[in-house]
Design a binder for this molecule. Structure first.
Ligand SMILES: Nc1ncnc2c1ncn2[C@@H]1O[C@H](COP(=O)(O)OP(=O)(O)OP(=O)(O)O)[C@@H](O)[C@H]1O
Length: 596
């Protein structure tokens, strides 16, 4: 039933969390022990009030003499147990959350490309900013209270039954009402919390897009539209939070009413019992002290149940990611592969992106070792997809990719990724220093090697002009690089990776002539003695290639040297024609001057 905690859901949750709870079992065992201490304290204090009152009424000084130190002992135990309870609960909850979030993060880092495509980064963010924190219910307070409350209820009921069974049973009549209203409250609260959680995930998506697309938003004057979206979500969240408060308010009013009625009934009937000599004043005091424990565990149980359900819905969202099979059990490590100049063969490859029509059908192509091969074609022809397949981000449905005759699918992920150095259109720079960004491929390299690579890439001279050189911080709050500088940093990274196959995406952005000269020179050095596949959108640069592969809608339509395929009627000549028209319009030149 919607809203009720499904048993298989709970079982699945605890199956996943069990190893983490087991690993941090000490604070959990401590909390279980404290549970019994708390039950003893609850009954002990009530008994103490009754006993000391009766002793006072009967002027029993001897009894009072040993009751006072006992009372002090109870207070000391109570203070200590409260302290330990807070400490152990925090340790248990946070240790489990810490390990579980690390596992989730690791899992996400190892998800296959086809699944990453389907998940919005804002949703992934929400797992860490929201869902993980909402797990408290299943691993912390709610779980412990759900175990504790029935014990407290049972122990108190047994104790008050032997004080006066009629009074006790009368008070216990409140139980069914409290339980039914608790279940209804739990369902309503869970449904409301589900809506809140999915709204919070939506917030993350919006914020993520806004901060990533800051300049696009400004350039397209989208500020008002984005702000309106934010404000609408904010209003919805406010309404849902208010709904939550109302639900909780009504529930606590109900609990209070139940507690007050029970208190009044036991006080009035108890006073009558005193007057007819069935109860002593002390026994009534003990009873009244305990009677609240016949109501609050029931109402509190419903509250904790709701907390548990809130955690369950957070866990449900996390499951959607956890259930996707990861590429490997552990992180692939960078490894040195033989710097053998390698041939590449796509053999009978059929591939389609999920939910898309076939992009490649029986694609066959052989690239000899040590050659520079340019891949050209209109946008969407499948050029980038070839790179994605080579690096194993996606798997072909049929066919094999062979490197030096070896089936690439038989290589480990480490071996496979170590074969390629990829210089993409967009150079991702991470927060940290220039050194950190250069050493991403090989943290073990020496300063001399790093400087050599930067010199070859034509970026060392610039880095040397910076006051802090290679230690300069880059990223959000640090130095920003121009497009050309970023490209040269990417080339330096690729030089340091020293892989036998170079995958180069030249991109559409043009560079000014001087920068282009430096980048080209750096690339020439990088391509030396390697097999290079270069996606190029600027046909002026294809003359350097040994072969040109022309792609159209997932098919290789032409292949050969520039001079050969220029003789043929087809896509390549058409592209060349477009390029020269672009040159005539002066578009490329104008762009060249403004870039970098
Ligand atoms: N992750 C993806 N999921 C679904 N479809 C995709 C994905 N990536 C690319 N495609 C589709 O596959 C086709 C080929 O895309 P690909 O990026 O390989 O083309 P391309 O030749 O590199 O284009 P461009 O020159 O514009 O970069 C396109 O129709 C594209 O929409």
């Amino acid at each position: 039933m919607n809203g009720l905690l499904k048993m298989n859901e709970a079982r699945r949750t605890y199956k996943v969390l069990k190893p983490y709870i087991k690993q941090h079992r000490r604070p959990y065992v401590g909390l279980l022990l404290l549970l019994f201490v708390e039950i003893m304290l609850t009954i002990g204090f009530s008994w103490f009030f009754g006993s000391i009152t009766d002793a006072a009424i009967h002027s029993d000084i001897t009894r009072m003499k040993w009751l006072v130190p006992l009372g002090i002992t109870l207070v000391v135990i109570s203070i200590t147990s409260t302290y330990l309870n807070t400490l152990w609960e925090t340790i248990a909850t946070n240790a489990v959350k810490r390990d579980f979030s690390e596992q989730l993060f690791k899992h996400i880092l190892q998800l296959p490309g086809k699944h990453v495509d389907r998940i919005h980064s804002g949703d992934l963010l929400a797992h860490f900013t929201n869902d993980i924190h909402n797990l408290d219910g299943i691993i912390g307070s709610s779980l412990i209270n759900l175990i504790k409350l029935p014990f407290i209820y049972g122990a108190v009921l047994i104790y008050v039954l032997q004080i006066n069974w009629k009074l006790a049973l009368l008070c216990a009549l409140v139980a069914p009402v409290a339980m039914v209203s608790g279940v209804i409250f739990g369902i309503l609260l869970r449904n409301n919390n589900r809506r809140i959680q999915s709204l919070v995930a939506g917030f993350n998506v919006l914020l993520n897009e806004t901060f990533q697309g800051f300049f696009v938003i400004r350039s397209f004057l989208m500020e008002r539209a984005i702000f309106t979206k934010y404000a609408i979500k904010n209003k919805k969240l406010y309404a849902l939070e208010l709904n939550n408060a109302r639900l909780r308010g009504w529930f606590y009013v109900g609990s209070q009413a139940a507690a007050s009625i029970t208190f009044l009934v036991s006080l009035c009937l108890g006073s009558y019992y005193i007057s007819v000599g069935v109860l002593t004043v002390g026994a009534l005091l003990t009873f009244i002290n305990l009677v609240n424990h016949l109501v609050y565990p029931l109402t509190e149980f419903a509250g904790q149940w709701a907390g548990l359900q809130k955690s369950m819905s957070a866990m449900e969202r996390i499951f959607q990611v956890l259930e996707i099979e990861a590429e490997s059990d552990d992180f692939p490590a960078a490894m040195r592969v033989e710097p053998l100049v390698s041939s590449i063969a796509f053999s009978d490859i059929t591939f389609q992106y999920e939910g898309q029509p076939h992009l490649f059908e029986h694609l066959n192509v052989h690239i000899p070792a040590g050659k520079i091969v340019a891949i050209v074609g209109l946008s969407g022809a499948g050029k980038t997809t070839l790179f994605n397949l080579l690096q194993g981000f996606y798997k072909p449905q049929t066919g094999e990719i062979l490197i030096n005759g070896r089936q690439i699918s038989r290589l480990s992920i480490s071996e496979r990724r170590s074969l390629f150095a990829h210089v993409s259109q967009e150079t991702m720079l991470f927060s940290g220093t220039i050194r950190d960004n250069l050493l991403v491929a090989r943290p073990d390299i020496t300063d001399r090697q790093m400087i050599e690579a930067a010199t070859m890439a034509g970026i060392h001279a610039y880095i040397s002009t910076l006051p802090q050189g290679y230690e300069t911080e880059i990223g959000e709050n640090g130095l920003k690089f121009s497009g050309g500088q970023r490209q040269r940093l990417a080339i330096a990274r690729a030089i340091l990776k020293d892989a036998p196959i170079l995958l180069l995406d030249e991109g559409t952005s043009a560079l000014d002539s001087e920068t282009e000269y430096h980048v080209k020179a750096a690339l020439d050095r990088l391509m030396h003695n390697r097999t290079t596949l270069v996606i190029t959108h600027r046909l002026a640069s294809v003359h350097r290639a040994d072969y040109i592969i022309v792609m159209d809608k997932g098919t290789i339509v032409q292949m050969g040297r520039h001079e050969e395929i220029m003789q043929q009627e087809g896509v390549y000549r058409h592209l060349q024609g477009m390029e020269s028209k672009r040159g005539e319009w002066g578009y490329a030149d104008a762009f060249d001057q403004s870039a970098v």
